[in-house]
Design a protein around this ligand. Structure first.
Ligand code: SAH
Length: 257
């Protein structure tokens, strides 16, 4: 008999102040918190004393807690009658396998609720002064996962996007650029790679589709990175947001620990 409940909670892009009020309240009530690598320590600081914390993060593309193990952990904790918060970076249903977890919980008859979060796909470009659907520049934005630069990605479709935001694309950017160029995307198309957006060590590196491979090679990204491709990237020079990032630099202006 299940008495517990799992909340799939979005933690936002990093900065703990970008957590929703609802997420913070649930963290204060949770008996068990299951969290990923991208969760800022300041978010976990909302946990009440005595809450059980389970780290199930993946290190880059290396060793990861198997999804089936995570599902089992959530089900087990809920069946112990606990209020479980499954904390996921950004929004739980944007490329984070939150849907798979919700399905596994449904199949196990464990009550589950979703608490939307601020997705990095919009928030991270925002923080860099990139409005992903700026009027007159981009009438649409396409979000895609790019961890497989092989036949599994429909590059022809993606090359047609006004603004293309790629998750998990940092490591494969040279292949991604080649695939988009092969589909006829212009060499001069602006590209921004934003690493660890809203964290202390955030970085943005700008280039074009023609040069991004070499530029990214030199930048040696190691944190989570979002790739934004399209004319909207250049707007950041006109917007010049206070607190905006300098080119090719790491600043500690925003995140708090
Ligand atoms: N559900 C999350 C995305 C999970 S997939 C969301 O809505 O944001 C993980 C990918 O998200 C990373 O590989 C990276 O591409 C992107 N990402 C998440 N947080 C990020 C951050 N703070 N800065 C840059 N990219 C980030």
């Amino acid at each position: 008999m299940t008495t517990g409940r799992v909340y799939l909670v979005g933690a936002g892009p990093g900065d703990p102040e970008l957590l929703t009020v609802k997420a913070a309240a649930l963290l204060q009530r949770a008996d068990a918190i299951v969290y990923d690598r991208l969760i800022h320590p300041g978010v976990l600081a909302h946990a009440r004393r005595g809450a059980r914390l389970f780290y199930v993060g993946k290190e880059g593309f290396g060793a990861a807690t198997a999804q089936s193990d995570i599902n089992r952990l959530l089900i087990k904790q809920a069946r112990l009658g606990r209020l479980v918060v499954r904390l996921k970076g950004g929004d739980p249903f944007v490329f984070g396998r939150g849907g798979e977890e919700a399905l596994a919980l449904a199949e196990a008859d464990v009550p589950c609720e979703v608490v939307p979060g601020v997705t990095s796909g919009v928030a991270v470009p925002d923080l860099c002064g990139i409005p992903v659907t700026h009027r007159g520049v981009a009438a649409s934005v396409t979000f895609a996962a790019a961890h497989r630069a092989d036949g599994a990605v429909d590059w022809r479709h993606l090359a047609g996007a006004d603004t293309l935001v790629l998750f998990m694309g940092g490591a494969k950017i040279a292949e991604i650029a080649a695939a988009l160029l092969a589909q006829g995307k212009a060499c001069s198309t602006p590209v921004a790679i934003i690493e660890s957006g809203s964290f202390d060590d955030e970085r943005i590196v700008e280039s074009t589709l023609a040069t991004v491979g070499a530029v990214a090679d030199g930048a040696r990204f190691s944190g989570p990175a979002l790739v934004v491709i399209g004319e909207v990237v250049t707007l950041r020079h006109r917007l010049r947001l206070a607190g905006g990032l300098m080119e090719h630099t790491a600043t500690a202006a925003r995140g708090r620990r």
